[in-house]
Design a protein around this ligand. Structure first.
Ligand code: ADP
Ligand code: MG
Length: 350
């Protein structure tokens, strides 16, 4: 459905942001592009959406060359959700949703009907149409951002870190909701993230990028099982670590640094203080018997200082990796790179 052929982007000044990128995407596929900041993800998305011209290469949607199409035709084919939420603050939610239909010269009746239909998809009341973006929560605004991309019912949706700015709880909810929506609407999705958890949860195939180049393209399971090289291994290392079921003792032995133990009932402020004293970036969450249940990172706690307890910030482990030796290797590698973990036991066994 989408074919990217040997696409390269060289910015003025000589920076090669995307280097000979080729990928074939099937209809209905959910592709996640992931890689560290600056590796060329946004540049790739902007080229697909024709916001910037590739220096060389071709991009085809259903065998039609996107680089030769006019803007209106392109809008029928591609919906775009940008990295910042990007709703226009002076426009109502209804006007924001109807931007592309307006460009396509739909009648007011058509536009209104479609906007109401879209709100129903995410179970938001139609009264929201007359509100302004600042009257909505971050999560609600991002739902509208997604609806706006769906408005003219394009077969291809591009999403550039759409949930990156949201708190972990809202992000989780939106990921679930969006995955369901995508299945029912049968869209082809290209989704950029730097969060491996998110990619594993959503993608049919994951494209891992580094310095403008594709390093590996595979299903999440295959990437976890057979990382192409050390870069991919390192990149997924943190997530893989969190998918194991070590006991506290295993982790403590390996870490031997500063294992700390606090309960999930602690306030964010206490957790932050304890973590800073122990110099740890993340807490591994285990139950009383030492089974790994999930993790919390410092950043998430920092962003949610007003919560009563850190219990709700726990991100569950997604996969079960039974091989402890693998887990031990991963922890050791992370420790070498200066990333510290500490086990935390929650009272609730959460
Ligand atoms: P990502 O989205 O993966 O963080 P980008 O595609 O935004 O990466 O950027 C890739 C590289 O291209 C970075 O090194 C960035 O500094 C550079 N870059 C991005 N936009 C421009 C631009 N308009 N002019 C020059 N260099 C740019
Ligand atoms: Mg980007």
């Amino acid at each position: 459905m989408l074919r990217i052929e040997e696409v390269t982007k060289k910015y003025k000044g000589g920076k090669i942001a995307v280097d000979n990128f080729s990928l074939d995407i099937k209809k209905g596929e959910f592709i996640c592009i992931i890689g560290p900041s600056g590796c060329g993800k946004t540049t790739t998305m902007k080229m697909i959406n024709r916001l910037i011209e590739p220096t060389s290469g071709r991009i085809l949607v259903n065998d039609e060359d996107m680089l030769k199409q006019d803007a209106v035709k392109l809008r029928r084919k591609i919906g775009y959700v940008i990295q910042q939420i990007g709703l226009f603050p002076h426009m109502t939610i209804g006007e924001n949703i109807s931007l592309v239909p307006r460009l396509l010269k739909w009648t007011s009746t058509e536009k209104d009907k479609r906007a109401e239909e879209l709100l129903e998809l995410v179970e938001m009341p139609k009264e929201f149409l007359d509100r302004y973006p600042h009257e909505l929560s971050g999560g609600q605004q991002q739902r509208i951002g997604v609806l706006r991309a769906l408005a003219a019912n394009p077969p291809l949706i591009l999403m550039d870190e759409p949930f990156g700015a949201l708190d972990p709880i809202t992000r989780d909810a939106l990921q679930e909701e969006f995955k369901r929506l995508q299945r029912s609407l049968d869209k082809t999705i290209v989704f950029v993230t730097h969060d491996m958890d998110e990619a594993i949860k959503l993608a049919d195939r994951i494209v891992i990028m580094k310095d403008g180049k594709i390093v590996q393209v595979d299903s999440p399971e295959e990437i976890l099982r057979n990382p192409a090289n050390e870069f991919v291994e390192d990149f997924i290392g943190k997530e893989r670590l969190l998918q194991g079921r070590p006991n506290v003792q295993t982790i403590s032995q390996v870490m031997s640094k500063n294992p700390i133990s606090i309960t999930g009932k602690q306030t964010p402020a206490t957790a932050l203080r304890v973590m800073k004293e122990a110099r740890v970036d993340s807490l591994l969450v285990t139950d009383e018997s030492g089974l790994l249940k999930g993790y919390i990172d410092l950043e998430a706690i920092d962003r949610n200082r007003s919560l009563d307890s850190i219990d709700t910030l726990i991100k569950p482990s997604l996969y079960k990796v039974e091989e402890h030796s693998l887990l031990r290797d991963t922890i050791q590698r992370l420790l070498k790179r200066g990333v510290n973990y500490a086990p935390v036991v929650t009272e609730s066994g959460h």
